[in-house]
Write a protein that binds this ligand. Structure first.
Ligand SMILES: *Cc1c(COP(=O)(O)O)cnc(C)c1O
Length: 587
C-alpha cells in the first residue's frame, strides 16, 4: 500500500517519465486541417487540448489523411456533392527523420510521421504524430493508404488500421518515446495490441502466446468505446483478415477471442486486451455492458474544451467576472452571479456573429431578435433531423406565437449514406415550403469546426432529437451549455446527466413512436420555450446562467481528462490538475 501526502506531489515532484500514447483514427487538431469527420475527432482534439492545458505527459498518433475529410456542397434541392480537401502537412507539421515498416497484405509498407506540436495554456506541449505512407519506396496503392478518412472499402480500412495501430506502436518505439499506457480511442486502433504482443514475443507473428504475454499487454492498454450503433463497430471477414494481416496472425486473433459471429471484431479485440474500458456517458456505459456482457465497462462522460468552444464575447465576459475560470472550470459555478445584462450582451454579440456568417454564406439576413433554434450534426437517420417537421402546421403556429422563429440546420451525410442524403433533401425541401415572414429554416453547407462553434454559441436553443439509445454521448449540446445556451433534447447520451427541466434546458419526453416524441417536442416549445422567451431577456439570461453554472462546470474535457487520469491511466493514484504523482510509476 502506498501512502500519499499532498505535498509530495505535483509541482515539485519528478515529472513523469512514462507517457500515455493516445491513438485515434481522427483528431480535430486545427480548424484548417481537415483530419476529422465529426464528433469522435472533435472529442479527440478536445481531449488533447485539455491534456496539454493540464500538463499531462501524453503523445498522440493518428493518420495524415492527405486528401482531407470531404467538403460538402449542397445544391438548391439539398442534393449533397463532395469534394476532397487536400492539405499539406508541411504547412503545420515537422517531418520526423525516423521511419518504420508494417506488413500489409504481403507487402512491406514504409511509414513516416509528421509531428504537430499542440501547446497548452501554460506552454506544455503534446506532440501529435500523423502517420504517412506517401513515400516513394511504397507502391502507388500503399502511398494512398493515409489519404482518405473513412474512405474506400473495408479492405482499405483494415489496411489503414494496421498503419495506425501497428505502425503507431513501432513509431513510438523508433522515436524513443517511453510509453506506459496505450489508449485506444475507439476500436480503429485495436491492432496496437497485436504489435505490443508481437513486440513482446520477439517481433513476429510466430510462436505460442502464453497467458503472461496477454497479461503484459493488458497491463498497458485502456480502451474507450464510442457508439452503441452496431455498424459503428469495425468488423472484418476471416478471409479479409487472413489476406491482409496474414494467416498466422489471424489464427492467433481467433484463438485469443477477437472473433464474434465469424468476424474479426475490433471492439472485442480492444476489450480482450484492455485492463480498463469505458463508454462515454453513464447511459452509454450501461448499453455497452449489455452489448459486451463479459467485460467490465466503466463510464467517463465526454466533455468539450472550453476555450475552444466558448465564443469570444462570452470568454470576455467570463474573464471580466470570473477570471479564475481559465485555470479551473469549476469556478464557472459563479456564473450564477454574473449580472443578467452582461450575459444578454455577450450572447447578443455571439448571435450577431452567427447571423453575419449566415448572411455571408447564404445572402439571407436573419433577425437577431427572433428566437433561433440550432440543429447540426452528422446526418444519420437515427438522429431524425426531420422530427421537427412531423406536424408542419404546428411548427408554423409556434413561429407565429413567438413573433417569428428561425431554425438553422447543418450536417454532412457520409458519401455512401443514401438515406442520410435523402434526409438533407427533405429538410431543404421543407424549408422552402414553409418559408414565410415568421418562419425561416436554413440549411447551412459544410458543417465543420468553424460553423460548429458559431452555431452552438450563437443560437438561443440547441435541439437534439436522436432515437434512444443510439446517442452514445453527443457533445454539441455541451458546447452550447458552456456558452449558456440551453438544450431541448431527447433524454439520451449526455443529456440524461445534464438535464434539469427549466434550469439547463428541457427534455423531449420518450414516446412509443416518432409522432409521440414530436408531439412532446412541440409541447415543450409551446409551453416552456416560447413563454420564457416572451417573458423577456432578463428571465432568459437567468436560464443561461444556470446552464453555464451547472453544466459548464462538468461537461468539459478538463474534468474528463482528470477522470481518465484517475480511473484509466493511473488508477489508485492521486492526480490533480497538472501532474501525476511520482508514485504512479513506482511499479
Ligand atoms: C461538436 C461537433 C460534432 C459532434 O457533435 P454531436 O453532438 O456529437 O453531433 C460534430 N461535428 C462538428 C463539426 C462539431 O463541431
Amino acid at each position: 500500500m502506498q501512502s500519499f501526502s499532498p505535498n509530495t506531489s505535483l509541482t515539485h515532484s519528478l515529472p513523469a517519465t512514462g507517457h500515455v500514447a493516445y491513438f485515434s483514427m481522427e483528431i480535430a487538431i486545427h480548424p484548417s486541417m481537415p483530419t476529422y469527420s465529426g464528433g469522435l475527432g472533435v472529442l479527440a482534439g478536445d481531449t488533447l487540448r485539455s491534456a496539454a492545458d493540464l500538463e499531462l505527459p501524453l503523445v498522440a498518433f493518428t493518420l495524415a489523411h492527405h486528401k482531407g475529410y470531404f467538403h460538402q456542397h449542397l445544391d438548391s434541392t439539398g442534393q449533397q456533392t463532395e469534394d476532397v480537401q487536400p492539405w499539406n502537412p508541411e504547412e503545420f507539421c515537422t517531418e520526423e527523420p525516423e521511419q518504420i515498416a508494417v506488413w500489409v497484405e504481403g507487402r512491406t509498407v514504409t511509414v513516416r510521421a509528421w509531428r504537430y506540436d499542440l501547446v497548452g495554456c501554460t506552454g506544455h506541449t503534446i506532440p501529435i504524430y500523423l502517420l504517412d505512407t506517401d513515400l516513394e519506396v511504397n507502391t502507388g496503392w500503399d502511398r494512398g493508404l493515409t489519404d482518405h478518412l473513412y474512405g474506400g472499402d473495408t479492405n482499405y480500412r483494415l489496411q489503414q488500421e494496421i498503419v495506425l495501430g501497428m505502425g503507431g506502436v513501432r513509431m513510438a518505439a523508433a522515436l524513443g518515446i517511453d510509453v506506459n499506457v496505450y489508449h485506444m480511442n475507439e476500436g480503429h486502433a485495436a491492432l496496437l495490441t497485436l504489435a505490443l504482443l508481437e513486440g513482446q514475443m520477439g517481433g513476429g507473428p510466430q510462436g505460442v502466446v502464453t497467458e503472461s504475454d496477454v497479461a503484459l499487454v493488458r497491463k498497458q492498454c485502456v480502451f474507450t468505446t464510442h457508439t452503441p450503433v452496431p455498424a459503428g463497430h469495425d468488423r472484418f471477414s476471416a478471409e479479409q483478415a487472413g489476406r491482409i494481416l496474414g494467416s498466422e496472425r489471424t489464427a492467433k486473433l481467433e484463438e485469443l477471442g477477437a472473433f464474434k459471429d465469424g468476424l474479426l471484431n475490433m471492439t472485442l479485440l480492444a476489450l480482450r486486451f484492455s485492463r480498463y474500458a469505458n463508454g462515454v456517458a453513464l447511459q452509454h456505459g450501461k448499453v455497452s455492458r449489455e452489448m459486451f456482457p463479459e467485460f467490465a465497462i466503466d463510464s467517463i462522460t465526454n466533455g468539450v474544451h472550453g476555450p475552444t468552444w466558448i465564443s469570444a464575447p462570452v470568454q470576455q465576459m467570463l474573464d471580466e467576472h470570473i477570471p479564475a475560470w481559465r485555470r479551473d472550470h469549476l469556478y464557472l459555478r459563479n456564473a450564477i452571479d454574473i449580472p443578467a445584462n452582461a450575459v444578454i450582451e455577450a450572447h447578443s454579440h455571439a448571435k450577431e456573429e452567427l447571423l453575419a456568417a449566415v448572411a455571408a454564406r447564404t445572402g439571407l439576413v436573419l433577425n437577431p431578435r427572433m428566437l433561433t433554434l440550432g440543429f447540426a450534426r452528422r446526418v444519420a437517420t437515427y438522429k431524425r433531423a426531420n422530427l421537427l417537421f412531423t406536424e408542419p402546421e404546428r411548427l408554423v403556429e409556434i413561429a407565429k406565437a413567438v413573433g417569428g422563429l428561425q431554425i438553422l440546420y447543418a450536417g454532412k451525410a457520409h458519401p455512401q449514406d443514401e438515406p442520410g442524403k435523402a434526409l438533407i433533401r427533405e429538410v431543404v425541401e421543407r424549408a422552402a415550403t414553409l418559408d414565410s415572414d415568421t418562419l425561416q429554416i436554413v440549411y447551412l453547407e459544410n458543417y465543420a469546426w468553424d460553423l460548429g462553434a458559431l452555431l452552438t454559441s450563437g443560437v438561443d436553443v440547441w435541439v437534439n432529437t436522436p432515437k434512444r439509445p443510439y446517442e452514445a454521448s453527443g457533445t454539441s449540446g455541451m458546447k452550447a451549455a458552456m456558452n449558456g445556451v440551453p438544450s431541448l433534447s431527447i433524454l439520451d447520451g449526455w443529456w440524461i446527466e445534464g438535464w434539469i427541466e427549466g434550469v439547463t434546458g428541457w427534455a423531449i419526453e420518450d414516446g412509443a413512436n416518432d409522432a409521440e416524441e414530436a408531439a412532446s417536442l412541440y409541447g415543450k416549445l409551446e409551453k416552456a420555450v416560447v413563454p420564457l422567451y416572451l417573458s423577456g431577456p432578463e428571465k432568459w439570461a437567468g436560464l443561461m446562467k444556470t446552464t453555464m453554472a451547472i453544466n459548464g462546470t462538468f461537461f468539459n474535457t478538463n474534468r474528463m481528462v482528470q477522470q481518465y487520469a484517475r480511473n484509466a491511466y493511473y488508477p489508485g493514484h492521486p492526480v490533480t490538475g497538472a501532474r501525476v504523482a511520482e508514485e504512479a510509476f513506482a511499479d
